[in-house]
Design a binder for this molecule. Structure first.
Ligand code: TXA
Ligand code: MG
Length: 345
């Protein structure tokens, strides 16, 4: 199969929408990352999504809708809190877990009685969903276990020849995935930090319980299969240094010098101001941007990881970032990508 590269003109979006209605797979930009879309109510299309991604069928998909008014098409007994959060945050990078409508194929929800739903705010995603007129199931458009794609080139590097088309809408503005919130528990459970901060959610929803990654269980024992520990894994070893900043920077220096002396090829994935401290060393660097700008760091994270991946390094060093706002999601993604966490102090 040749993968058709489409632009964002209304004609191209009409072509993509028709492909989706016919059960073909189309990758498209959202405000978070690129999605690998298929007709959510078509069993064959849903099976094709799992096959193209190489994703275990035990890991459920997010259903994308054009508007919050479509929610009753895929969900039943919608909790009032979900309606309230949808009103506040949709369209936008928030995925709500709600009870599944019986006509949503079980393959989408991996056999669960709940379904993940979101209304993306990206104008191209919105136009595509309106034109398709059907709910679109879409995981991130990467091969399973790879870094999520923030550009059309990232998508094609993983999926060229495995999907019918991709709409190239340029780099995605947020750069990390949506926040996933389970609204079927009381209080609601944060399953994945993402584009909407926990602080913003709490301001609307009140108390939220967080999911414990170490036990793979929330406080209510609910398990989310997609939240595997190593998920956004690059091809080589990523070491994450955690602790007070001055100690972390000192340790990073020592580890880098030691590794270089041992003949290893080292990459650094750090905020811009940290990288200046390593100017004198023969290392590969990818800047996340200013440490004071979590939005910029989120935008750059996945492209930076892929860029380092392409350079055949033995080891990449990074550090924990501040947890405020989008920082929580950044920290989560780095932890999942890390082969090893080094606690300093
Ligand atoms: O920003 C995003 O959310 C992107 C764009 C394309 O919308 N999509 C995305 O999809 O990140 P994916 O499949 O890579 O991640 C979906 C996450 C997985 O961790 C999955 O396990 C979880 O949502 N999930 C989906 N349905 C669920 C359900 N019914 N219960 C619990 N977790 C669910
Ligand atoms: Mg994913």
């Amino acid at each position: 199969m040749r993968t058709q590269r489409l632009d964002t003109s209304p004609q191209a979006i009409a072509v993509a929408a028709e492909l989706l209605r016919r059960g073909e797979l189309v990758a498209f930009p959202t405000e978070t990352v690129y999605g690998l879309g298929g007709h959510a109510l078509d069993q064959t299309a849903v099976a094709a999504i799992f096959a193209a991604k190489g994703r275990p069928t035990s890991d459920p998909l997010i259903v994308h809708l054009a508007t919050a008014a479509d929610l009753p098409r895929v969900a039943v007994d919608i909790p009032p809190l979900a309606t309230e959060l949808a009103t506040h945050f949709w369209p936008g990078p928030l995925t709500l877990i709600v009870p599944r409508h019986p006509h949503v194929p079980r393959a989408v929800t991996a056999g669960r009685e709940t379904v993940a739903v979101r209304v993306p705010s990206h104008p191209v995603a919105h136009a595509l969903l309106v034109a398709a007129g059907v709910p679109v199931a879409a995981p991130s458009a990467n091969r399973f276990g790879h870094t999520s794609p923030t550009t059309a080139d990232h998508v094609l590097a993983d999926l060229d020849g495995r999907i019918a088309a991709i709409i190239d809408g340029g780099p995605t503005p947020i750069g990390i995935e949506s926040t996933v919130l389970d609204c079927t528990t009381n209080p609601p459970t944060l399953l994945r930090p993402g584009g909407i901060s926990l602080e913003a959610l709490t301001a609307v929803a009140g108390p939220i319980q967080t999911y414990h990654r170490t036990t793979n269980k929330s406080e209510t024992g609910f398990v989310s299969p997609g939240l595997l520990d190593r998920h956004y894994a690059p091809d080589h070893e990523l070491w994450l240094f955690s602790g007070p900043l001055p100690d972390v920077l000192h340790r990073l220096r020592i580890e880098t010098e030691t590794a270089l002396a041992a003949g290893l090829r080292i990459g650094l994935l750090l905020p811009a101001e940290d990288l200046m401290l390593f100017d004198d060393l023969p290392v590969e660097m990818e800047s996340l941007g200013p440490a004071t700008e979590p939005e910029t760091m989120a935008q750059r994270l996945y492209a930076a990881l892929r860029a380092l991946d392409d350079r055949h390094l033995d080891r990449i060093f990074t550090r924990d970032l501040d947890e405020a706002g989008l920082g929580r999601a950044l920290r989560d993604r780095l932890r999942r990508a890390a082969a090893r966490v080094v606690f300093v102090n």
